[in-house]
Design a protein. Structure first.
Length: 227
């Protein structure tokens, strides 16, 4: 059996549309006939429900998946406070283990053609005292898709994040320009600047959609670049 395919979705910051792009990638890959599972290994900002802590992003990934999944399969580490995950874990008396996440990912990867893994926050967000999101992506041995939220400061954040991904030993397979609800000045010029300065290809430009339409997001993406 060949090694399962997958992609790790990171971003230039928190709140820049990683979940929207992850869902769009899942839809685009499914449209190519692939079975796909979504995974958000670590989530803070979860709500208490009768079934336990639930994160809206992870629930959406669970619902978009090609096969029925238990919530814990999608989101092994769920924390209530909307704070940095290592701090939320400390408060809950939990140690986030990238080895445990790797085991959970392998279980998912054995059941589908591709797993889209959404990171938490940005590329260097700490997960525990020794490891961060970059360490997790490296442990999973997945190529990385970088989501660039188009707002003032995105050039610096995108170039720093892209360089950090490469220096971490991971492959930046492509990046997505994601328009946010608050419009920025000269978005096309900013996108062209990044096209000239980033070595990886632009996978797609996603408009601000309200409400979000996963099929419309998928139509903006060239998912063939992340397979």
């Amino acid at each position: 059996m060949s090694r399962p395919r997958g992609i790790f979705v990171t971003g230039t910051d928190t709140g820049i549309g990683k979940t929207v792009i992850s869902l769009g990638l899942m839809q685009a890959l499914q449209a190519q006939g692939l079975s796909v599972a979504g995974m958000k290994p670590v989530a803070s900002g979860c709500e208490r429900t009768p079934d336990g802590l639930r994160n809206d992003d992870a629930v959406q990934l669970q619902q978009q998946s090609s096969i029925p999944l238990e919530y814990a399969d999608v989101n092994p580490y769920a924390f209530e406070p909307a704070i940095a995950p290592h701090l939320a874990a400390d408060g809950a008396g939990v140690a986030i283990s990238t080895a445990h996440i790797h085991s959970a990912w392998r279980s998912l990867a054995a059941r589908v053609d591709c797993v889209v893994v959404e990171g938490v926050g940005g590329w260097r967000v700490p997960l525990n005292a020794e490891e961060d999101v970059a360490d997790l992506a490296r442990r999973l041995q997945l190529d990385v898709c970088m989501v660039v939220g188009l707002r003032l400061g995105c050039l610096n954040h995108a170039l720093l994040t892209g360089a950090a991904i490469v220096s971490s030993g991971c492959r930046l397979t492509g990046w997505v320009a994601n328009h946010l609800p608050e419009a920025m000045e000269l978005p096309d010029e900013n996108i062209n600047t990044l096209k000239n300065k980033l070595s990886s290809p632009l996978i797609g430009i996603v408009p601000a959609l309200e409400p979000v339409d996963v099929k419309k997001v998928a139509a903006c993406l060239d998912a063939g670049l992340v397979r």
